[in-house]
Design a protein around this ligand. Structure first.
Ligand code: ZN
Length: 505
């Protein structure tokens, strides 16, 4: 490589490391805000985060960055770079293009509007006041439409938004996979609802000591291979995972005294996100590739550990007696098969985040269809409650009694996150597709779970998914692992098999 190129590459890596350092500082401050920072310091902290984020944004869109990309992103130069450096250049170029296209004042207006709306949303939701929220949402949609013009519409306007969370994903593809999924899940949900033999789950809602729940959650995280020397677990209202760098990936959970399952499954879920980031190849540390490749793939890893492993019968054959020993009074009389059925109980409910594994996907399909109408068909924001309620009746057979448990239930739209929801269902589909492959490549998959021997499973996932971080695109990754493109049949097959057994259909 020419010396000049070598020098440019070094400056480029240095600049990206600086940006990554801002990211780490901001993420750590945000983690701290949500896990017990003193309330009186919160406002100043939010400002500090704002200042550091702006500095980082300036570096990302700086003239220096533009010039370095101008040299490094030339075809003849790209050819000389190794795979990792080439992928970094391509990734940074994409971010750069996206950022420089939005005029700074427009961006500032948008940030102010959405952070304001996010704060107000909680009250509007609480008071079931869609009319109050509507003017904000109308503005957010209008500004997002403006941004789509700056970025340049892809096949459709909504495709531009999808691409930000799941690169190269299109509405054409999603219409196809969600259509297939919907056609198979709606009858399955109906069959489950009319099944005579429904699981009982009241015993999950006795009083469960918090300290014991905490001990058990930590124990499970150790079991699946979460590295406590490269992370820690705390409590927060909404559980989350945050990767500062591969050596520091933190998670939170929450303990509900009257629901023993909640902490178990949120710990496994966030633990799944964390296993991904803890096992990214060290050579990517300090680069923009040291993170999950997309929201959908990230979610596939949390769902894999939470549902495919954590809600399986094999898992509880191994761990139920441990759980009983923490809660002998509450669970001594409950058999493992009843416990397993209870944690897999299906209920057509109004709230996405409380939904079971089966109906969850329908909640997402509803949001996807509505977002598409907003951006591709100019659906008037005023019409949202009506459209929302019609779809809930159509897909889940229930009509929200008010907008608080209907159209206002999620924070996403108030923050301008349109195109994000599909990631959750994609996560489920990717997870099932990956599980299908793992069962072929590790024939003793279920036996390993029943032994609590997760190292071979974690190693397999590290080799196929985790180590690559963001250096492989989601579509590329899924094709390399499973030999085919995203295919919703694996999820439908998995759910059919599972729920037919649980509901004796
Ligand atoms: Zn998640």
């Amino acid at each position: 490589m020419e010396q000049e190129i070598q020098q440019k590459l070094e400056s480029f890596r240095e600049l990206n490391k600086k940006i990554r350092s801002y990211y780490e500082a901001v993420s750590l401050m945000a983690w701290d805000l949500r896990t017990g920072a003193p309330r009186k310091g919160a406002e100043t902290r939010a400002e500090t985060i704002g200042v550091l984020s702006t500095e980082s944004f300036k570096l990302q869109t700086s003239r220096e960055m533009g010039e370095l990309l101008g040299v490094l992103n030339r075809p003849e130069v790209l050819k000389q770079l190794d795979d990792v450096n080439r992928r970094i250049v391509e990734d940074v170029q994409e971010e750069y293009d996206r950022s420089v296209k939005i005029p700074a004042d427009k961006y500032q207006e948008y940030v102010t509007l959405t952070s304001h709306a996010e704060t107000l949303w909680e009250d509007f939701k609480e008071n079931c006041d869609f009319a109050g929220f509507e003017p904000y949402l109308t503005q957010i949609v209008a500004k997002t439409q403006e941004f789509i013009d700056y970025w340049g519409p892809r096949a459709t306007r909504y495709d531009t938004l999808l691409h930000m969370y799941e690169p190269e994903l299109t509405t054409t593809k999603l219409d196809e996979v969600f259509g297939q999924l919907r056609d198979r899940l709606v009858p399955l949900v109906e069959a489950v609802q009319s099944a005579p033999d429904k699981p009982k789950s009241e015993f999950l809602n006795q009083l469960f000591d918090k300290d014991q729940q905490e001990k058990f959650s930590k124990f499970l995280l150790e079991q699946i291979g979460y590295d406590f020397d490269a992370g820690r677990i705390d409590e927060s209202v909404h559980p989350f995972a945050t990767g500062l760098n591969p050596g520091d990936v933190r998670i939170t959970t929450h303990y509900l005294q009257d629901d023993v399952a909640s902490a178990v499954f949120s710990s496994l879920h966030e633990g799944g996100h964390a296993l991904y980031e803890q096992n990214i190849s060290p050579e990517l540390t300090g680069t923009p590739l040291a993170q999950g490749t997309s929201m959908g793939i990230h979610e596939s890893q949390s769902r894999f550990w939470e549902n495919m492993i954590g809600r399986s019968r094999a898992f509880w054959d191994r761990y139920y007696s441990e759980l009983q020993s923490h809660f002998p009074e509450q669970l001594a009389q409950v058999k493992v098969e009843d416990f397993h059925r209870a944690i897999n109980r299906v209920e057509n409910s109004l709230i996405r985040i409380e939904a079971d594994e089966l109906t969850y996907n329908l909640h997402i399909i509803i949001r996807y269809e509505i977002e598409k109408m907003l951006f591709n068909e100019n659906l008037d924001v005023k019409e949202l409650p009506r459209v929302w309620n019609e779809k809930y009746e159509q897909y889940l057979g229930i009509i929200p009694p008010n907008d608080g448990v209907g159209v206002l239930q999620d924070v996403h739209w108030s923050g301008g996150s349109f195109g994000y929801f599909p990631s959750y269902a994609l996560g489920n589909m990717y997870a099932a597709q990956i599980e299908n492959t793992i069962r072929k490549e590790i024939p003793n998959f279920e036996g390993l779970i029943a032994e609590g021997n997760f190292a071979p499973i974690k190693d397999w996932l590290t080799d196929k998914v985790y180590k690559y971080g963001k250096s492989r695109k989601p579509a590329e990754l899924i094709k390399a692992i499973t030999g085919e493109d995203l295919n919703p049949d694996y999820l439908a097959d998995y759910l059919e098999k599972k729920y037919k057994a649980i509901y004796n259909l």
